[in-house]
Design a protein around this ligand. Structure first.
Ligand code: ADP
Length: 252
């Protein structure tokens, strides 16, 4: 069994290295082509600036990829997030909504449910923010113009807290759902890349949630939309001032 496990781990590592190489090679090849063009052809000022713009797109793409890879490596190598460092949920979700609005640039209707000011979660703020921003960015990227994005929260009866990012976008067919958090897994590679995706976002989200003792839950219907939920265990939630009932989330 140990041997099977080791072989599997080795195969995964080989796959990963092959994927990373491929992801880097593509923009690098395009970039090299442009460098050669600039070196060998006399270009007008307008052509030059167009080529430089295209080169910049490729370097941006590589930068985002490297940033995501470093984030994954860091998540793997660092200790479990503390259970006694508390972060207010309201400002965190407001930042998520603000980022999503910027990315959407008015193309979507975006709603953030009110969050009580004293509601707090325990863990690493930067990681939780990154997880939620990833989901909100995906909602924007995979929802056509005019669609709706809804960010809400709910404390479940067992005390767990969930933050839900729901969209009215393209949705995901059932057969893909189980694989979405694999590194570099994409349902539609060109849509992902065209919108700046690395294929690593959801694996980062899943990692963050697991490190916090929680999980990522995904529901989706093709053509109707998706709902991604960050779920944190009861021990990582507190609301010191209120005993009030929590708003019930609408059903998916
Ligand atoms: P990517 O950078 O490709 O978006 P992710 O890991 O964030 O990588 O997501 C993996 C894949 O899951 C995406 O390529 C896309 O096919 C699908 N996906 C993620 N979020 C959504 C969403 N809100 N609606 C539809 N598809 C989604």
């Amino acid at each position: 069994q140990d041997v099977t496990e080791r072989l599997r781990a080795e195969a995964m590592r080989r796959d990963f290295v092959a994927n990373v190489s491929h992801e880097i090679r593509t923009p690098l090849t395009v970039l090299a082509g442009f460098v050669e063009t600039m070196a060998s052809l006399p270009l007008s000022a307008a052509e030059r600036s167009r080529v430089i713009g295209l080169m910049q797109q490729q370097t941006d793409r590589m930068q985002v990829l490297v940033a995501d890879l470093l984030q994954l490596a860091q998540l793997e190598g660092s200790p479990r997030p503390p259970t006694d460092r508390w972060t207010a949920l309201a400002p965190l979700l407001q930042r998520v909504a603000a980022d999503a609005r910027t990315l959407s640039a008015g193309r979507h209707q975006l709603v953030l449910d009110p969050v009580p000011a004293d509601l707090e979660v325990a863990g690493l703020e930067a990681e939780l923010l990154s997880a939620a921003v990833n989901l909100a960015a995906n909602a924007v990227r995979y929802t056509p113009e005019g669609g709706r994005i809804h960010i809400s929260w709910l404390q479940r009866t067992d005390g767990q807290i969930e933050v839900a990012v729901r969209d009215s976008g393209i949705g995901i067919a059932r057969e893909h759902l189980g694989r979405l958090t694999e590194r570099f897994y994409r349902v539609d590679g060109s849509r992902s890349r065209d919108t700046g995706g690395t294929g690593l976002g959801l694996s980062i989200v899943k990692h963050v949630m697991q490190r916090h003792g929680g999980q990522l839950e995904i529901d989706s219907t093709p053509g109707q939309g998706s709902c991604f939920r960050l779920v944190l265990p009861a021990g990582r939630v507190r609301q010191p001032q209120a005993q009030a009932m929590h708003p019930q989330d609408e059903t998916a």
